[in-house]
Design a protein around this ligand. Structure first.
Ligand SMILES: C[S@@+](CC[C@H](N)C(=O)[O-])C[C@H]1O[C@@H](n2cnc3c(N)ncnc32)[C@H](O)[C@@H]1O
Length: 302
């Protein structure tokens, strides 16, 4: 690793905060221009609009940075925190994403095109076989282990993200199977959706309220055998100095980055949430002790 890369991994969060700060005056001016006083004077609504503007710019950059691990993760090609080499086989490797999926914190739809790439199973009017298979899968008590994606529920409470998310769903030709749930993970029960084969969480468990309870609730929305695909940033437990450094950054971070918390111990919350039958969740392999924003990656099976 070069010195520049080391410095980037330590000062990276400040650069992100600077980018977020850039969108602050833009957001205020935009709300004044549209005379949207109720949003301007409500901190939670203001924060949501600010974050969605910031994420419209930052989301694609973050995606470029993390897709070398997220793409193989959803394709079942990540184990023990690292991407499997081309041609490498591992009996214990996780399965690819399939069946019905709950995407938590869908944001502006950064991963919609990847779902399409993985494979969608849409029932055509004349394709009664596929239609029957889908209905059987939805009614089944046990998670499917192969085949295409049959349905996606995109859980996204920030309405400021919905236009971009809807557009990406449309561009991917997935209007039939991708349904936006305009609510937070804490309210999924009100949507009354069937249990899912898979749950996907990418950089969002840092932002949800009461993470322990809501992760436990997500476990409850999975069918037996269902899989939870996770890529999340977490607190640094490798070195006390970076832990304290994160704590300092976190004085500003949640206020400027849509309520995101830098120091969540999400890996532990996930392990302790419930009796998983298999856990393949590890720190990201190439990250060292000085990483200010370290990650966990992997798949947990119910
Ligand atoms: C950092 S963004 C990541 C978005 C997307 N997963 C991506 O990779 O581009 C975090 C997302 O979590 C969403 N979020 C915040 N609170 C949430 C909640 N209570 N339930 C579900 N999602 C939430 C935010 O609105 C935001 O879209």
């Amino acid at each position: 690793m070069t010195l520049v890369e080391v410095v980037q991994r330590i000062v990276g969060p400040w650069l992100m905060l600077a980018d977020a700060a850039y969108y602050l005056p833009h957001t205020i001016v935009g709300l004044i221009r549209t005379r949207n006083w109720s949003t301007l004077f409500s901190w939670s609504r203001f924060q949501s609009v600010w974050f969605s503007r910031f994420w419209a710019y930052m989301g694609p950059q973050v995606r470029t940075g993390v897709e070398p691990i997220v793409v193989p993760l959803l394709k079942g090609r990540v184990s023990h925190g690292r991407k499997l080499e081309d041609g490498e086989t591992l009996e214990t490797a996780p399965l690819p994403l399939s069946g019905s999926v709950i995407e938590v914190g869908a944001g502006s739809g950064m991963w919609v095109s990847l779902f399409k790439e993985i494979g969608i199973e849409t029932p055509g009017k004349d394709d009664s076989d596929s239609d029957v298979r889908q209905r059987k899968a939805a009614a089944s008590d046990v998670a499917c282990t192969s085949g295409g994606i049959t349905k996606i529920y995109g859980v996204e409470p920030n309405k400021g993200n919905h236009t971009a998310l809807r557009q990406r769903v449309h561009d991917a030709g997935m209007d039939d199977i991708y349904e936006i749930l305009p609510l937070g993970v804490e309210d999924i029960a009100t949507a009354n959706i069937p249990k899912a084969d898979c749950v996907v969480t990418i950089l969002c468990l840092c932002s949800i309220p009461s993470p322990r309870e809501n992760i436990r609730a997500l476990y409850g929305y999975l069918k037996p055998g269902g899989r939870m695909y996770v890529f999340e940033h977490v607190c640094n437990r490798k070195h006390w100095s970076i832990y304290l450094y994160q704590k300092f950054i976190n004085l500003f971070w949640p206020h400027m980055v849509g309520g995101c918390e830098l120091q969540r111990d999400t890996g532990r919350y996930l392990r302790e949430a419930a009796p998983w039958s298999k856990v393949d969740l590890s720190p990201l392999a190439n990250e060292l002790w000085f990483q200010a924003v370290p990650h966990v990656v992997g798949v947990l099976t119910k």
